[in-house]
Design a protein around this ligand. Sequence first.
Ligand SMILES: Nc1c(NC[C@H](O)[C@H](O)[C@H](O)CO)[nH]c(=O)[nH]c1=O
Ligand SMILES: CC(=O)[C@@H](O)COP(=O)(O)O
Length: 140
Amino acid sequence: MAHILIVEARFYDHLNDLLVAGARAAIEAAGHTHETVSVPGALEIPAAIALAAETDRYDGFVAIGVVIRGETYHFEIVAGESARGIMALTMDGLAIGNGILTVENEAQALTRARPDEKDKGGEAAKAALALLDVRERFGG
Ligand SMILES: Nc1c(NC[C@H](O)[C@H](O)[C@H](O)CO)[nH]c(=O)[nH]c1=O
Ligand SMILES: CC(=O)[C@@H](O)COP(=O)(O)O
């Protein structure tokens, strides 16, 4: 049984509630356990995962967040750098599913956050579990 840490950037509470529910449901459906930690925004997710990984308490990680474009270039920074940080950790061997939505508006976020629609939270959890299977197969 795997133990998964969900690292959520609680920037939009109502959207995160949906994404985290989907991730938890996917982890539990696969027979694994989870716990959750919150950070202020998506830019803090990679650091939180790196810090948690040092404890060796977690087999995998799910990054959850919502980045909605505003008026400035900050969207590109938050969306791009959170993804880059997560990818760098994944390439270091961590099993991470990226469930950070990067969208133009709340409507796009809602349909992707809802577990009964696109369920991107559940999708990210399944991706992390899939990487655990890959690690087990190749002995990582
Ligand atoms: N605008 C959004 C942010 N911005 C905050 C950053 O992620 C970060 O917390 C801040 O720059 C301090 O380091 N974060 C989101 O998750 N979503 C957004 O839409
Ligand atoms: C993704 C963001 O950082 C964004 O929400 C910030 O909005 P703005 O670019 O209008 O400051």
